[in-house]
Write a protein that binds this ligand. Structure first.
Ligand code: ADP
Ligand code: TRP
Length: 330
């Protein structure tokens, strides 16, 4: 089973990215052949500063490795190190109906937040389909907001198979319902673009300040607190032990603990949860060459798979020499 996912180096990863995508991806690396990449071609739709992009890519590689991505088990690489994916995106775009892309929420969401409505932003799901199809992926772990992109990928793969004969496998999304949408400081979906994030590797004082700033209601200390929709409880459940979480739920139910106290406990639990990852990150930071070597080795392995699939694709569409497709089909 081949597992594949990507994450954009478009800013600092937060709890939503970790619980929605990184953690499930890291857990899945035990279950098959995992391919994980840093989507720098995609990030160009929003990050248009060369120095910033390079820094983001390196930092994200550190973050992902620190959180447990194991280069001995997973192929970890930079999207742009396998540029064949841009060639495939072009080929896919020639069978992709405009209407399919016009229906995508993410383009509308992003442009409504002020991101330039470039062709790249509009065609983003086609490049994502190429990412997935070029590695013959079976399973794609992502947060719920990427579900529609997986549907688009399947539709494009079906259209290619109908048009040119069987070329692609149909991938399935893997969305963990318990963490499909991690709430941010204001209760809306945690997202870089909503400025409501808690970053994974924020310094202690910044993290404490953020958590103490979670919006709460004015229920007095001694009274029971509403549990439904509580950001404190939702985040605490992700990071605390079961016993600690039951204790916190009980405090909500019976009252007696103020929000300040509850937030302090949440801060403690978040800080502790990420402590081993922080230590690992410090180790990795000390050896940037090692991280670059991991990405370079990953790119080489990924390119081997991509080259095989591209031979199949080119032959099927009539570009380059014809080969016996049956021999290379998945
Ligand atoms: P952002 O919304 O902060 O820009 P991205 O769109 O870069 O985040 O998301 C990267 C990955 O993290 C995707 O797989 C996405 O589904 C997941 N993700 C992002 N935010 C959340 C969240 N609040 N809850 C669950 N998953 C999330
Ligand atoms: N679009 C994804 C996001 O914003 C990132 C991504 C790019 C991706 N290509 C992918 C995710 C392929 C899974 C598979 O989070």
């Amino acid at each position: 089973m081949r597992i594949l996912s990507g994450i954009q180096p478009s800013g600092t990863p937060h709890l939503g990215n970790y619980f929605g995508m990184m953690k499930p991806a890291i857990e899945l690396q035990e279950r098959g052949e995992a391919y994980y990449f840093i989507a720098d071609f995609h990030a160009l739709t929003t990050v248009q500063n060369a120095a910033a992009l390079r820094v983001n890519v390196h930092e994200l590689a550190l973050d992902f490795l620190a959180c447990g991505l194991d280069p001995a088990r997973s192929v970890f690489f930079r999207q742009s190190d396998v540029p064949q994916v841009a060639e495939l995106a072009w080929i896919l775009s020639t069978v992709t109906p405009m209407g399919l892309l016009e229906r995508c929420h993410s383009f509308k969401d992003k442009t409504s937040r002020g991101i330039a409505p470039s062709h790249g932003l509009f065609a983003y799901p086609v490049l994502m389909a190429a990412d997935i199809l070029i590695y013959d992926s079976d399973i794609v772990p992502v947060g719920r907001d990427q579900k529609q992109h997986l549907e688009v990928t399947r539709d494009i793969a079906i259209k290619m198979n109908e048009t040119f004969g069987s070329i692609f496998k149909l991938p399935e999304p893997a969305i963990q319902e318990s963490t499909a949408v991690v709430p941010g400081l204001d209760g809306a979906k945690m997202s870089k673009s909503y400025h409501n994030t808690i970053d994974l590797f924020a310094p202690e004082n910044v993290l404490r300040k953020k958590i103490m700033g979670i919006k709460t209601d004015s229920t007095p200390v001694e009274e029971p607190k509403p549990m439904e929709g509580s950001v404190i409880l939702a985040l605490h459940k992700l990071v605390a032990s079961e016993a600690d979480h039951l204790a916190m739920e009980n405090d909500f139910r019976v009252g007696g603990a103020g929000y300040g106290d509850l937030k302090k406990r949440l801060f403690g639990a978040v800080w502790e949860y990420f402590a081993p990852f922080r230590a690992k990150r410090v180790e990795l930071e000390a050896d940037p060459g090692h991280v670059e070597k991991i990405l370079a080795d990953g790119a080489q392995k990924a390119a081997t798979v991509a080259d095989g699939v591209m031979r199949r694709v080119r032959s099927a569409v009539g570009i380059g020499p014809g080969i016996d497709n049956a021999a290379t089909r998945p």
